[in-house]
Design a protein. Structure first.
Lengths: 585, 579
């Protein structure tokens, strides 16, 4: 467990950084502070004015209207100023808050585009998203709004004290003496609530997990007639949640009544002491009424402050999560590297070693020399690391030692964009952007003409089904768009590369979701595309691989064999075993 | 929303007494300004210290009584609302369990999960709020007005004008901010979507070097979000100053008219102070009402969504069916002229399908994507009902079976390999609750899963994480196959269940199933010719119709569709060799 000092240190660091983000908004900050001070001052002065008003209303025929009129006029002006200042202050803090949120988000997002793939691959996407979205939101809600509240709260408390002291010291002492109670009660409540809430969220997490499993996979539950068992498990978790929830909800709802009670005590105390003081003429009735108003106002910021502090802590934790994302090491920069402009179709892998995890070597001493127009196939059982080779070729990952050259250039010496523009890539996992079909096909060439787009769609055999969609090429699709089958999505991904005329082609299980007869057609289209181009193919189906000039056979992350179909079959090794197994009886 | 009120029926006492105690507390609170007025008017004027102390004592007593009432009310509200949430959750879970595949397709399982979790939680919070505040706040407003009335009929006019004006302003501000905040939420969802999309598609985006464009799109969206938030914030920021101004206008009016009244002996000074206090209480109460209204709106929407699920009735039901006995000499499974359409779309996915499968037979079902393979096998356990024609198991229409009897005959391996949190053993007991370890091990062996399970710590006690995250795709798939095999089902259905397996494992698996399960009728759905080539009977589907039935050899000679599929996967020579 990190000790408290450390936590404090990193909290104050996060706070400092956050203040850095606030710099561009400095004028607004100043304005907001000024408005806050004015409105707090006015709010505090109002009860005094009202008290003065009460003081001139003494009894029958004893109301001094000449003095009442300026008091009321003053009150009206004061109120108008307060209202306007409060509103302007909110507008300023809003601008600061949402401005900083936008800046932080933009920076976090652009960071995502510069992070190495190893980060994105090895971190849960849900976690990254919650940093960019929820945590940033938390920072704005808790930290910035919290600051505004804390600032006005502290000002109000101090201001009230000053105003009260100017009226009467003794009664002020009564208020100050009861104050610890109004600090202690909410703190006690929030402390015990925190524990219960934590328990509740654990119980709720448990139940949600169960629901996600059982209801999320309702079909499996139905298929196995598992409904009764599921219900029994559910009831148990549901009951556990109910038990802890009643307590948590009850305790958390204690804050309001107990603070109301403490308020009542302060109020009564002020009333009694005030009344006695009034005997001796220490204060007027009007001043007493101002005091009573203060007594009500005075405890309110205390409750708010204790709430705000909890929220601030949460917000700081969120800020730390955002900053730790922003501080992740980035990919090496491309600036200053030259553009790879001419491709001769050659790819050379020299003595390459690579591992995802240190000390767990995956690829060792890998050599491969491909010339223009050659076809290289990578085969092996599932999970053997075939995609690793692609990660290295596309420079999604950098090699640990050795080098990969394209057209004789070490790929680390050229810009990533120019290297990748030489390849067209179709992956097994189809990815489509939320947008029209047209935009998706033209993703690699946004300036493509309509004819080119349709030609690419036709080449990938998707033109006919696109035309059958209600809006044709203008149909908006997304990753989860249900109307398209997995196969159709894959065809769209293929159309996307058909539009580019790259020098090299990478197909990673590019046709796995397409039925085999359509696949033949697509393969023909690929064959046309591959003519004269260097290509790398990963496929399950060995029949599509047999024609390759060079076959790389992988197993458990290692390259175990390399050669063409005939030589590998003659060798009678792992490839031969793999090939024959598909005809096993 | 009121339909859901029935889930409060076990908590009648709490739901009635909770708000009632709140009312009592409110009464105490309303009395406070009057007593203070007494202290000022009688106590100070007469310099009567025992009177002041006595009144002070009453104030403290009222405070304590109020606290007790309020705590009781909070407890009742917590008890009733949690009880409500718990019973509603149980009922909805039960209801979802009765739904058949057609309804799950229509509603979407993701939606169901949200209804079960966040919607019910929101509804529960709403009930709690209502029980605590619904009566209290309006009562305080009303009570303050009445108290003012007892002090001065004329001055009450100020209250009667100001309260609705306050209510109106609060309502106006809220009604114009709520839709704005909805829009903000939508834009935020879009920001979320873009981020998620970029993470998933990072390879493609980088391959096409489109990072800059994606960033621009995100920034445009973030800017839009900021503008919307500021616009919505601008309006909701009016709330506090506006109510403050209105209440203080009223206070100014009370001072002026109260002063006039005091001057002619209508009311006393202390009563003016009491009136000022009541005004402040009205403001606080109305702000609480505003919060309440927001919550009720949310709750209303949640209740609507929950009721939507309750309104969906299962389209497939086994009500009234009694145990069916086997009709001797009938085929194990028979399709008689079956046509089928998913509800909602008039288009038939299956048309006039007829075939039989005898006991112990292996039937392969092959066809392109969308040819209706999965639809065929989904009809056997009666996940859906046919549109016309019938599916028979052991000579009896599946519609006549109780679900449990029909489905315990069947072991099914769905396309998606789904496992549940728990030990391997627990997962293996889904089909047969009483399976012994030996039975489970045997099933694991047949499914080619014994090897890796034995290597896991604890073997059968190995804890599988939610969604089987700590297993590879191939391992999950083999475990789902084993799960279906436990307890020797009469019918085994493999729906493209070998897609994540490499060819060698796939072949070994089929071999083991063929050897181990001679009496079992096995259906294998696949796109791979190699998986079904050796089946006793192969059903070739094309666009929802049967294109051919027979063995590999027969079909290769007679069925064009089948031959095409074969040739697309194997070379001519291979086909001939292995035919």
């Amino acid at each position: 467990m990190p000790d408290k000092k450390q936590i404090k240190q990193s909290s104050s660091k996060a706070l400092k950084k956050l203040l850095g983000y606030a710099k561009p908004y400095r004028p607004l900050f100043v304005l907001s502070t000024v408005f806050a001070l004015i409105s707090v001052g006015c709010t505090l002065y109002a009860p005094i004015l009202i008290g003065k008003g009460v003081d001139v209303i003494v009894g029958v025929d004893d109301v001094d209207f000449d003095r009442l009129i300026p008091v009321i006029a003053g009150l009206l002006i004061l109120v108008a100023v307060t209202g306007i200042c409060q509103w302007l202050m909110s507008i300023c803090t809003n601008r600061i808050t949402f401005g900083i949120v936008r800046d932080l988000r933009n920076e976090a997002f652009s960071k995502l585009e510069r992070l190495p793939l190893s980060y994105i691959d090895s971190h849960s996407h849900g976690d990254i998203i919650s940093r960019v979205i929820t945590d940033v939101e938390q920072v704005s809600d808790g930290l910035l709004m919290g600051f505004a509240q804390l600032f006005t709260g502290v000002c109000t408390v101090l201001g009230t004290l000053v105003f009260m002291l100017t009226i009467n010291v003794k009664i002020t002492l009564v208020v100050v003496l009861i104050t610890p109670l109004s600090l202690f009660v909410p703190r006690f409540v929030s402390k015990s609530t925190y524990k219960l809430f934590h328990k509740q969220s654990v119980a709720r997490g448990e139940l949600t997990g169960l629901v996600e499993e059982m209801t999320g996979e309702q079909k499996t539950v139905t298929a196995f007639c598992y409904g009764d068992e599921a219900q029994a498990k559910f009831d148990e978790a549901n009951k556990a949640l109910a038990d802890v929830s009643v307590k948590a909800i009850f305790f958390s709802s204690l804050t309001n009544p107990t603070t109301r009670f403490v308020n009542g005590l302060v109020y009564t105390g002020v009333g009694i002491v005030g009344a006695f003081t009034a005997f001796s003429g220490g204060i007027t009735v009007g001043q007493l009424s101002s005091f009573l108003t203060y007594a009500n106002q005075y405890t309110k910021p205390f409750n708010e402050i204790s709430g705000v502090i909890t929220e601030l802590q949460g917000a700081l934790a969120s800020a730390q999560r955002v900053f730790s994302l922003l501080e992740e090491p980035e990919e090496s920069s491309d600036s200053g590297l030259k553009e790879l402009s001419s491709f001769d179709g050659s790819v050379d892998v020299d003595d390459v070693s690579f591992s995802y995890v240190e000390n767990k070597p995956l690829i060792e001493d890998f050599d491969l020399h491909v010339r223009k127009g050659q076809r290289t196939a990578i085969v092996g059982p599932t999970g053997c690391g075939k995609t690793t080779v692609i990660n290295l070729l596309m420079r999604f990952y950098d090699v640990d030692s050795g080098k990969i050259s394209v057209s004789g250039e070490d790929i680390r010496n050229v810009t990533r964009a120019s290297l990748r523009s030489g390849y067209a890539m179709v992956l097994q996992e189809t990815w489509l952007k939320t947008g029209t079909i047209r935009d998706n096909i033209a993703y690699g060439r946004p300036d493509a003409s309509e004819q080119d787009i349709i030609a690419a769609a036709k080449a990938a055999y998707c033109h006919s089904f696109i035309k059958r969609l209600p809006l044709g090429y203008d149909t908006v699709i997304s990753d989860s768009y249900a109307t398209l089958s997995a196969g159709q999505k894959q065809l769209l991904c293929i159309a996307r590369v058909m539009l580019c005329t790259p020098h090299m082609l990478i197909l990673d299980e590019a046709t796995s979701s397409i039925d085999t007869r359509t696949e033949i057609l697509v393969q023909n289209a690929f064959a046309k595309l591959m003519q004269g181009r260097t290509s790398f193919i990963i496929a399950h189906r060995l029949s599509t691989i047999k024609e390759a000039d060079n076959i790389i056979v992988m197993k458990d992350g290692h390259i175990v064999e390399q050669g063409d179909h005939r030589s590998l079959m003659q060798k009678g090794g792992f490839y031969c075993e793999l090939y024959n197994s598909q005809f096993a009886q | 929303m009121f339909r859901l009120a029935k889930y409060l029926k076990h908590y009648k006492i709490q739901s009635i007494f909770g708000p009632l105690f709140k009312l009592i507390e409110a009464c105490f609170e309303l009395a406070v300004p009057l007593i203070m007025a007494d202290i000022i008017d009688t106590g100070i004027k007469n310099e009567d210290s025992s009177y002041i102390l006595w009144r002070g004592g009453i104030l403290v007593l009222l405070g304590i009584l109020g606290l007790v009432c309020s705590l009781t009310a909070q407890y009742f509200a917590a008890k009733a609302s949690v009880g409500f949430g718990t019973e509603l959750r149980t009922a909805l879970f039960k209801h979802i369990n009765t739904l058949s595949y057609a309804e799950i397709d229509k509603l979407g399982s993701h939606t169901l999960v949200t209804r079960m979790t966040s919607d019910i939680n929101q509804a529960q919070t709403g009930v709690n709020m209502v029980l605590r505040l619904f009566l209290r706040s309006p009562f305080i407003v009303l009570g303050s007005v009445i108290m003012a009335f007892t002090i001065s009929v004329k001055l009450t006019l100020i209250f009667i004008i100001i309260s609705p004006a306050l209510a109106f302003v609060i309502y106006k501000i809220m009604s114009s901010t709520i839709p704005r905040y909805k829009k903000v939420q939508k834009t935020l969802d879009r920001t979320n979507l873009i981020t998620s999309e970029n993470l998933v598609g990072t390879r493609v985006i980088r391959a096409f070097s489109r990072q800059k464009d994606e960033q621009q799109e995100f920034e445009k969206n973030a800017e839009e979000l900021k503008k919307m938030q500021i616009a919505a914030g601008k309006i909701s920021a009016i709330m506090n100053p506006a109510t403050y101004v209105i209440v203080n206008l009223a206070i100014a009016a009370i001072l002026w008219f109260g002063g006039k009244s005091v001057n002619i002996g209508g009311i006393t000074q202390g009563e003016v102070i009491a009136l000022l206090n009541y005004m402040n209480q009205i403001l606080l109460a109305l702000l609480a009402v505003a919060l309440l209204v927001t919550n009720i709106t949310k709750m209303y929407a949640c209740a609507g969504r929950i009721n939507e699920v309750f309104d969906v009735q299962p389209s497939v039901s086994d009500e009234g069916n009694t145990t069916v006995s086997e009709i001797p000499d009938s085929p194990k499974v028979e399709f008689r002229d079956v046509s089928f359409a998913y509800s909602g779309s008039g288009e038939h996915v299956l048309e006039n399908i007829s075939f039989t499968a005898d006991k112990g037979m292996t039937v392969g079902i092959i066809g392109g994507t969308g040819s209706g393979k999965t639809s065929v096998i989904n009809l056997i356990p009666r996940f859906y009902d046919t549109s016309s024609g019938s599916v028979l198991v052991d000579g009896t229409d599946v519609k006549k079976y109780p679900f449990t009897q029909l489905r315990t005959k069947i072991g099914i391996v769905p396309q998606k390999a789904v496992l549940f949190k728990g030990t391997v053993r627990e997962n293996m007991r889904w089909r047969d609750r009483n399976a012994t370890d030996e039975q489970i091990m045997k099933a694991l062996e047949t499914a080619q899963a014994d090897g890796f399970v034995k290597q896991k710590q604890g073997v059968l006690d190995f804890e599988i994480l939610q969604q089987g995250k700590n297993l590879s795709g191939g391992q999950r798939q083999r475990l789902t196959i084993a799960r279906a095999l436990v307890g020797d089902p009469e019918i085994l259905i493999l729906d493209d269940s070998a897609s994540a397996l490499d060819l060698a494992t796939d072949a070994a698996l089929r071999k083991a199933i063929a050897e181990q399960t001679t009496d079992m009728t096995v259906f294998i759905v696949s796109q791979r010719i190699s998986s079904i080539k050796n089946a006793d009977r192969i059903v070739v589907l094309e666009d929802g119709r049967v294109a051919g039935i027979g063995t590999h050899k027969e079909l290769f000679g007679s069925c064009d569709v089948y031959r095409e599929i074969c040739l697309s996967q194997l070379s001519e020579k291979e086909v001939a060799e292995h035919a």
